[in-house]
Design a protein around this ligand. Structure first.
Ligand code: FMN
Length: 206
């Protein structure tokens, strides 16, 4: 896979840590990131972590850049109505988009093609342009609507990668569980990592 920008949307499902850790790993891998955080995503982030990024997109971008020691150019944060963002158009799509974590609300909006905010529009662009779209859905239990929406999106080419960590590698901490999920996302993005040992003891990616 070529090393184009990765769009990362953090929505308001439980598991903000997954999105934050993925962001960290993408930046560590030297990837350009287009970050979007839904309004509910910000609420959940502040409930599940000690972080309080500012609401305004420009201030939030500066805040995340400072947190990850990123110079301008690598990390861009776009607000929900920022229709001039590259992710809003099929003429300039990112290499891949990940919604992590993904709510059933955003899942439903994507399945219905609503495009009512930038996250939904960016996902819609990925689907119409047949680009990789990874949805780290988190909810339990799942209703028929959720299941049908997942099937619908899977049939359209999206990858449904539920936030569903395995325990066979004997996690010792919440961080281990988070890394398990992030590792699976990075695998699908074709980005090398050493987050968790590989099953079967095969060679690590370099
Ligand atoms: C603490 C908290 C946890 C939540 N967890 C989930 C969840 O795991 N899955 C889900 O689909 N919605 C969850 N929600 C509800 C969504 O945040 C809500 O439906 C919101 O409208 C989704 O908007 P978004 O898709 O634009 O982020 C949670 C809300 C809160 C406040």
């Amino acid at each position: 896979m070529s090393a184009g920008p990765i769009a990362l949307a953090i929505t308001g499902a439980s598991g903000a840590q997954y999105g934050l850790r993925l962001l960290e790993c993408l930046l560590d891998a030297g990837r350009e990131v287009y970050l979007m955080i839904s309004q509910a995503g910000r609420v959940v982030l502040s409930m599940e972590t000690d972080l309080e990024p500012p609401a305004h997109p420009q201030a939030a971008e500066a805040w995340f850049r400072a947190r990850h020691a990123q110079a301008p150019g690598r990390l861009h944060l776009f607000g929900p109505r920022q229709w001039n963002a590259p992710v809003a158009s099929g003429s300039n799509p990112p290499q891949a988009m990940v919604v992590c974590p993904c709510t059933t609300g955003t899942l439903g909006a994507l399945a219905a093609g609503l495009s009512s905010d930038l996250i939904e529009r960016a996902g819609d662009v990925m689907l119409k342009e047949r680009r990789p779209l990874i949805l780290v859905v988190r909810e339990t239990p799942l209703s028929e609507i959720h299941l049908e929406n997942m099937l619908r999106l899977a049939r359209m080419g999206a990858l449904i990668l539920p936030a569903n960590p395995g325990f066979y590698f004997r996690p010792r901490s919440v961080d281990d569980l988070v890394d398990f999920m992030v590792a699976r996302v990075l695998d699908h993005l074709g980005i090398a990592h050493r987050l968790v040992p590989r099953w079967g003891g095969g060679p690590e990616l370099d």
